[in-house]
Design a binder for this molecule. Structure first.
Ligand code: NAI
Ligand code: MG
Length: 493
């Protein structure tokens, strides 16, 4: 493993980066305070550019622009089908520039260029999927008592504040813009402070596509200032948030003052359950992918790996052997399998958990160290002999660290798998359809995978039970969270 691998034939050129303004009311503008913060290259720790930080004034400006576009502009008058056409146009532009956007995404977030290309395909798919919905969001006629005609209209919630994290910057943008725009809302999005670049490029593409001024506004800034101002703003009707549950608690408390609607997607500590009757080769590959995809910086990461006692030793040996072969390095190199963690803060958090795991008595089988002394790279790590009550088995580490937990029975493992305050995803590997469906029914999680992992499609609802979230993104389910249902009742003669 090395951070200084030579570029492979699939490598992309390092993209040029310029300082970042804010996107408000269809214009790129400076922040009112003149304050900036640096965007960091996680592969080196170097500064990429300066980013204008939106303060309360800028949040006010953006919300005003969004309100105006919602109430008075061409967006309100536009046929639903034409809203869809704008979204298809944006999808085409993203597809046209996908290579450039993927390179920028990898440079700023540290995700491998292969993963960024996958994300870009997801962005295009999501925008097209919701573009198709724009003119298919229908009300109903409802039979009521008496001589009345009652029908429902589904109207936009209004001005929507959207706050996204750094692990899938563009994909999270698309998951949030897609349903919001299809339903006719206007948007003020705050990008994550670690990844302020690509969202602004897509804002530029939205302008090119012809979205009316103010329909889409994009801000950069810190959570505690810019994010908090957006949440507290009395003229924002809804907040959609992805990130840590502790942040969601702060947001929900603040949102209570104006009773705005909130949807949350808040990560997990997802159980990945391997029964002895599985296809072992596929399960080893699946468990590897489940935890190490994007360096474990994934809300659905399979970080609690339950392995049936009978195959426990063989499984851990094979998992560790495969972890050792994972190619960690330059994210812009097409051969790299794992780039850096996004920030010093995240790397330190992960290495802190590796220490804690050892102190609490878990066995470090492989990995556990920083790679190199530049950038934020961490070795793929396997802990064995983990108990359910250890911190590494309970907390979301958000890094390439898996905890192996042996088990013996079906009921036992279902109980232990569910014994967490999270409930985002769960997976089971077995050839026994009874066990598979029993687990799928009993798992307290918004997504269950059988003999696969991390399969997420824009067409299927995605979200969490318990403290993993509220509401669903993707699929038709997301439309409910971006519309208000209005009942109209007409007295008939
Ligand atoms: P975070 O939840 O603090 O940040 C996510 C977004 O929320 C960012 O845009 C941030 O600026 C914003 N934010 C932060 N504080 C805010 C506030 N008071 N009001 C409004 N917006 C606010 O997550 P962070 O600090 O980046 O990562 C910490 C941990 O959170 C990670 O180690 C991981 O465990 C978890 N996480 C989970 C994600 C998921 O996909 N569910 C994504 C990112 C982080
Ligand atoms: Mg935070």
């Amino acid at each position: 493993m090395s951070t200084a691998t030579l570029p492979s034939p699939h490598a992309v050129k390092r993209p040029a980066v310029k300082d970042q303004l804010l996107f408000i009311g269809g214009q790129f503008v400076s922040g009112s305070s003149g304050k900036t913060f640096p965007a960091i290259d996680p592969a080196t720790g170097d500064t990429l550019c300066q980013v204008h930080e939106a303060d309360r004034n800028d949040v006010n400006r953006a919300v005003r622009a969004a309100r105006q576009a919602l109430e008075a502009g061409p967006w309100k008058q536009m046929d639903a089908a034409d809203r869809g056409r704008l979204m298809f146009k944006l999808a085409d532009l993203v597809e046209r520039d996908a290579e450039e956007l993927a390179a920028l995404e990898s440079l700023n977030s540290g995700k491998t260029i292969t993963d960024s290309r996958g994300d870009l395909q997801g962005v295009v798919n999501t925008l097209r999927y919701y573009a198709g919905w724009a003119d298919k969001i229908e009300g109903r006629t409802v039979p009521v008592r008496g001589n009345f005609l009652s029908y429902t209209l589904r109207q936009p919630v209004g001005v929507v504040g959207q706050i996204i994290p750094w692990n899938f910057p563009l994909l999270m943008l698309a998951w949030k813009w897609g349903p919001a725009l299809a339903c006719g809302n206007t948007v003020v999005m705050k990008l994550a402070e670690q990844t302020p670049l690509t969202g602004m490029r897509v804002a530029e593409l939205a302008r090119t596509a012809g979205f009316p001024d103010g329909v889409i506004n994009v801000l950069n800034g810190l959570g505690e200032t810019t994010g908090a101002a957006l949440v507290a703003h009395p003229d924002v009707d809804k907040i959609a948030f992805t990130g840590h549950y502790e942040t969601a608690k702060i947001i929900q408390k603040s949102a209570a003052d104006t009773l705005k609607r909130c949807t949350f997607e808040l990560g997990g500590k997802s159980p990945n359950v391997i029964f002895a009757d599985c296809d072992l080769d596929k399960a080893v590959d699946g468990a590897h992918h489940a935890i190490y995809f994007h360096g474990g910086q994934c809300c659905t990461a399979g970080s609690r790996l339950f392995v049936e006692e009978k195959i426990h030793k063989e499984f851990v040996d094979r998992l560790a052997a495969k972890a050792k072969t994972r190619k960690v390095g330059n994210p812009l190199d097409g051969a790299t399998e794992q780039g850096p963690q996004v920030s010093q803060e995240q790397m330190d958090k992960i290495l802190g958990y590796v220490d804690l795991g050892q102190k609490q008595g878990a066995k470090l089988v492989t990995g556990g160290r920083r790679v190199g002394d530049k950038g934020f790279f961490v070795e793929p790590t396997v802990f064995d002999g983990v108990r359910d009550d250890m911190a590494i088995a309970r907390d979301e580490i958000f890094g390439p660290v898996v905890s192996v937990l042996p088990f013996t029975g079906v009921d036992e493992v279902i109980g232990r798998a569910n014994n967490t305050y999270y409930g985002l995803a769960a997976a089971v590997w077995t050839k026994d359809i009874d066990k598979a469906h029993l687990f799928a029914r009993e798992a307290k999680a918004g997504t269950v995978w059988v003999n696969c992992y991390h399969v997420v499609d824009t067409t299927t609802p995605f979200g969490g039970f318990k403290m993993s979230g509220q509401g669903r993104e993707n699929g038709e389910a997301a439309l409910d969270h971006y519309t208000e249902t209005k009942t109209v009742t007409v007295k008939l003669g």
